[in-house]
Structures are given as C-alpha cells and as structure tokens.
Design a protein around this ligand. Sequence first.
Ligand SMILES: C[S@@+](CC[C@H](N)C(=O)[O-])C[C@H]1O[C@@H](n2cnc3c(N)ncnc32)[C@H](O)[C@@H]1O
Length: 340
Amino acid sequence: MEDKQSRELRLEQEEEEEHAKVDVLKYVFGFVEIAVVKCAIELGIADTIESHGSPMTLLELSSALSCDPSPLYRIMRVLVHLKIFKEKPATQLGPKVFAQTPLSKWLLKSGQNSMAALILLESSPVMLAPWHGLTARIQGISNPAFEAVHGEDVWSYAAANPDHSKLINKAMACDARVTVPAVIESCLEVFKGIETIADVGGGDGTTLRLLVEACPWIQGINFDLPHVVSVARECDRMKNVGGDMFDSVPKADAVIMRWVLHDWGDDECIRILKKCREAIPEDKGKVIIVEAVIDEKDEKEDIKLTNVRLMLDMTSNVFLSISLSFNVLTTYETEPMDGS
Ligand SMILES: C[S@@+](CC[C@H](N)C(=O)[O-])C[C@H]1O[C@@H](n2cnc3c(N)ncnc32)[C@H](O)[C@@H]1O
C-alpha cells in the first residue's frame, strides 16, 4: 500500500504534469502577445482613449480608429485579458466600455512614460529577423545573428538606414526618460563637483539633457557616431560631438555611459574604457557606468527584474558581441594606469 509520503509525492508530480500540459502552449503562442501589443501601439488605442478623456465603447473606439468593430473587439479582448486595458461593465445607460490602466499608459506614443518606441524597435522586422539565427549563434556557427542576417553590425546598418537609426534613437530616449531621473535622484552625490561631462554613445542626447537640467553646474558633451549626433537636439550647456569611441573620447572631468558597454564583448569594453580613461583628468576623473547587472547569487532578487535582465542579456548575445549585463550605477575613481 502507498504510504502518505509517496502519495504526496505522486500527487505533486501529477499536478506538475498537468501544469506543464498548459504551460507548453505559452511557447506555441508566445509571439502573439508581442504582435497584439505592437498592433495596439500602431493603431493608437491608448492615445485615442487618452484624448477622449474617458473610457470608450467598442463602437466609439472603432469609429475613432476607423476599424471594423469585430476584429477590433478580438484585439481588445486579448488586451483586456493581458490586463493592459480594463473592460468596465455596462450600466443601464449604455454598453461596456474600455478604460486605460497604468500599463496601457506606457503604450502612449509620446509623453514622459512612453515605452512605445522601444517596443516598436524590438518588434520591428529588422530586429526580429536575427532571432532565427539564435541557435547558430549559440553553436558558434555564425557571427552575431544581426550581422548574419543584415550583412553588417547594428550600428553600420543604422548609419545606412536613417529610419532605423531614428527608431533606435527614439527607443533609447524613451527608456532614458524613465531611468535617468531615477539615477540622478538616487546618486546625486556622484555628479557633485563635475564641471564637464561627456556622454559616450549618448544617442540623441536625452540622457545628457536630463542630466544638465538636473545639475545646473554641469556642461555636457553628447558624443556619438556622426550620423547620430547630426540629428540630435541642441540645448543650453550641452553640445553634440560626432566621432568613434574606439578612436578617442572628448576630454571632460567625467565620462558617463548608459547602456553602451552591454553592446560589446570584453575586449571592446577594455578598449572603450581605456579611451575614457585618456579623456578624463589623471587625479579626479570619473567614469560613470549605468547598466543592468545580473547577480546570480542574489536570491532575494525581484523575479520580474531578473527576467528583464536575462532577456536584455539575450539581445546582446544575438545582436552583438557576447557580454554580461549590468543595471546599477557604478563609478570608478581614476587611478594611475599600469599599462595593462
Ligand atoms: C544602446 S545605445 C545607448 C544610447 C544612450 N547611451 C542611451 O542611454 O539612451 C548605444 C549607443 O552607442 C552608439 N555607438 C555605437 N558605436 C559607437 C562608436 N564606435 N562610437 C560612438 N558611439 C557609438 C550608438 O550609436 C548608440 O547611440
């Protein structure tokens, strides 16, 4: 006869098998979530409800978006299931309505908290195609998968394709608008005493603009590839300089790099850091790195953030040279170089 312990173990295994039967279907249809969210952004569903000023019925929404109500309803049903929008029950006076949630507001096409550009970048055909080369990449058969598909690395491709470059810059800017104020608020001490700072790989200058606005004692240089800075915005106490960080970095009291090193392998990171070291004063220079860090030993980590860090690391693996990822602000005070 089965004892209590064996019975419990058997029931636990049966339960796990039941869950697995359903869980595996996530991988059959996983791509649909991204496609539906992308569609919601492209249609401007969140923007339409926002400018309407109150929740909308299906007919109001379909008329505002010039869509057939039936397919729109099916998209809305998924978006409600994903808790991106809320469906509020019908009242005596009218039918059910669709309302914004904190999550749908991240899908607005513009504004302080918009992540739309980053979602549109990552779900663009250009960025999705390389994922088909992940296996070959892991087996070491191919170059970074982006190069294998597009024939050149991400940055050369962006230089030759202004629309894609614009999408990258917009995507980076929307993330910067969210993370940079948090970095400044929690690490203001780091920026005290810095008179000039170069943002290396600074994109369209959003990070630096937020920094000089919050720290009026700082003058900034936004440094990036020439095709990027040629379309970057100018603002007070900040200028744009084009160049290649593997050749040299503009001289300043400090260098900041946000989301740059994770794009490169160890050898390239060392070359970039040496150029940063040459650009700052011997005795009091700073290199400030803002990155995602995977801490495999931290068992108390927020599981959702760990998920984001691991996924970000996979994008580095597919698109670029191999690297680990970081997510904290780290500063290195300068020390005399020993030539290594
Ligand atoms: C992931 S983006 C980060 C943008 C920006 N730091 C931010 O946080 O929004 C990486 C940036 O590095 C720039 N970059 C790539 N290669 C470069 C190079 N050789 N010299 C200077 N910038 C480079 C890219 O053009 C891009 O703007």
